[in-house]
Ligand binder design. Structure first.
Ligand SMILES: C[S@@+](CC[C@H](N)C(=O)[O-])C[C@H]1O[C@@H](n2cnc3c(N)ncnc32)[C@H](O)[C@@H]1O
Length: 246
């Protein structure tokens, strides 16, 4: 075992996360800033927040809290979950003085969402969900969507790293059946979702130029999202394979 690994094991992931926060200030803008440093995506988010009276914001995949920090400026309560102890410890220290408004959890995102469902005090109406818990061994995304969209009828869900048809935005591909594109949503089409994509291509985006999709089930929310000029609606009735090329 290398010396570095031995020392890291002795210190422990929680203490390493705290040390990261104290001694590596550049990490406070991880992923290039909120929403991967993407200005147009930040505009989409800002338009959503202005248009819809959300009661709270829920994020899966806190990492180091870069986007969580932006969410907190909305004045809404923010709930975020992170699986990895080191990143969770980092964010816990980062937001330790704002625990009244920023609620952090450590663990699996699906378990966290089920806990919110069971929590009688947790808001049951309009919520904004930012799903960004990808990258570990198991991809929780489809289960996250099913939990959210069956329990919060008025949810608006933004998924990061999702393929935007006909553009060169980046997206995640974890192997067969785990590509974040329209085919990934086929098994949950029974939920009768409305889908929206960024209204511009990557030339007008900054930062890491990752794709995203915005979903909802509620008809009134769909109408509200249709009025947001940074989003463009997508017809989910059309087979994604026919319509998403190239
Ligand atoms: C891309 S990073 C999130 C970046 C963050 N949202 C931001 O904008 O700065 C993805 C994070 O999700 C976490 N993650 C992956 N799978 C998870 C799961 N099942 N539950 C909770 N967190 C998970 C990873 O540990 C990682 O820190």
């Amino acid at each position: 075992m290398r010396i570095k690994t031995i020392v890291a094991n002795l210190i422990g992931p929680e203490n390493l996360g705290r040390l990261d926060y104290l001694f590596k200030p550049r990490l406070r803008r991880s992923w290039g800033g909120p929403f991967n440093g993407q200005n147009f995506r930040q505009r989409i988010y800002s338009n959503l927040i202005k248009k819809i009276s959300f009661e709270a914001i829920v994020e899966t995949g806190t990492y180091l809290g870069t986007t969580t920090e932006l969410f907190a400026t909305s004045g809404l309560p923010v709930y975020s979950v992170e699986a990895r102890p080191r990143a969770y410890a980092y964010s816990s220290l980062r937001f330790c003085r704002r625990r009244d408004r920023i609620h952090l959890y450590q663990g699996d995102s699906r378990e966290f969402l089920r806990r919110l469902v069971a929590d009688e005090d947790f808001p049951k109406s309009k919520l904004f969900f930012y799903l960004d818990a990808h990258g570990l061994e198991h991809l929780p995304l489809r289960e996250e969507l099913e939990i959210i969209l069956t329990h919060w009828r008025e949810a608006v869900v933004m998924i990061d790293d999702f393929k935007v048809p006909g553009t060169d935005y980046g997206y995640d591909d974890y192997g067969p059946g785990k590509v974040l594109d329209m085919s990934y949503l086929e098994p949950i089409q029974y939920l009768q979702l409305y889908a929206f994509f960024p209204a511009v291509d990557t030339k007008q985006e900054t930062g890491k130029k990752r794709g995203c999709i915005v979903l909802c089930r509620d008809e009134a929310l769909k109408n509200a999202l249709s009025e947001i000029d940074t989003l463009t609606p997508w017809n989910l009735d059309v087979s994604p394979r026919q319509s998403s090329s190239p």
